[in-house]
Design a protein around this ligand. Structure first.
Ligand SMILES: NC(=O)c1ccc[n+]([C@@H]2O[C@H](COP(=O)([O-])OP(=O)(O)OC[C@H]3O[C@@H](n4cnc5c(N)ncnc54)[C@H](OP(=O)(O)O)[C@@H]3O)[C@@H](O)[C@H]2O)c1
Length: 260
């Protein structure tokens, strides 16, 4: 099935690793152009330069919490490519902390990351999305939004807020034919989990460690997801093939979600 992405331009934040990098790669393979960012420019460049179609990537250092940096990313990306058809708010991480461990600064920091990373990019990209005939926004979220984990208390609460914000954005922007959807992840094998594995000091192999966590958390399919399995759903939601889907929350979680 042709996703009709050829020649279109998409912004993907956090393109140097994991879900963001897989999404950039899939968009390029569909013939799209990509504007992407991360804080570490050299890591971003070496990741995207290895992708087929890398000449269609605009890569820039940008912290998505900084509105001026995001405005600069969108300005230089659109100067190069002439427009934006979609936006994937992916950049971020989760914070391992219980309620007793999390300080007030942790709460401020977590809420700032989850909300600013979406509000800054939407503000900067909206004038361009309004000019597209197939504009779509996908916010990467987590099943934690509906199924909180006490080890991830700030992240769970912030993700619930992001889910709510995404619904509001979908309602606000639907009259302008700009679709806004959420992709909610369970446990996906990316840089975040590789870092946690290294920090754990376990004698297990990564595969054994990962399988144990998947079993402990009750992942129905019994394994972590892969970044390319998430990217396929993100790109489908960006595609005009999903032209009647807005305000939706798509779980890509291997069955770990227990809510109905
Ligand atoms: N993997 C999972 O199991 C899982 C589960 C639920 C939700 N998620 C969410 O999925 C998204 C992607 O995560 P991932 O697992 O693919 O993680 P990852 O492999 O660690 O990649 C994160 C990407 O975001 C960038 N980034 C982080 N903070 C940023 C900031 N403030 N400004 C700009 N770029 C920033 C990172 O580059 P720099 O560090 O160089 O900035 C990197 O490119 C995140 O929002 C994450 O919280 C992941």
């Amino acid at each position: 099935m042709d996703l009709h992405l050829n020649g279109r331009t998409y912004v993907v934040t956090g393109g140097s690793s994991g879900v963001g990098l897989a999404t950039v790669g899939l968009l390029l393979s569909e013939g799209a152009r990509v504007i992407t960012c991360a804080r570490d420019l050299s890591r971003l460049r070496s990741a995207v330069e290895a992708l087929p179609g890398a000449e269609r990537v605009h890569a820039q250092s940008c912290d998505v919490r900084d509105p001026a940096a995001v405005a600069s990313l969108i300005a230089s990306g659109t100067e190069r490519f002439g427009g934006i058809d979609g936006l994937v708010n992916n950049a971020g991480r989760s914070r391992m902390a219980t309620r007793a461990e999390a300080t007030l600064d942790d709460w401020h920091d977590e809420l700032d990351l989850k909300f600013a990373s979406v509000l800054n990019t939407v503000d900067a990209a909206l004038p361009w999305l309004r000019r597209s005939d197939t504009a779509a926004i996908v916010n990467i979220n987590a099943v934690l939004a509906r199924q909180p984990e006490i080890r991830l208390v700030t992240t769970s609460a912030a993700r619930a807020g992001l889910l709510n914000l995404t619904k509001s954005l979908s309602l606000e922007l639907a009259p302008e034919n700009i679709r806004v959807n959420t992709v909610s992840l369970g446990l996906v094998d990316t840089g975040q989990w590789r870092r946690r594995y290294e920090e754990s000091g376990t004698a297990q192999s990564f595969a054994e460690w990962e399988a144990q966590i998947a079993a402990d958390r009750g992942v129905g399919l019994g394994r972590f997801g892969r970044a390319d399995e998430v990217a396929a759903m993100v790109v489908t939601l960006l595609s005009p093939r999903s032209s009647y889907v807005t305000g939706a929350d798509l779980d890509v979680c291997g069955g770990v979600a227990r809510y109905v």
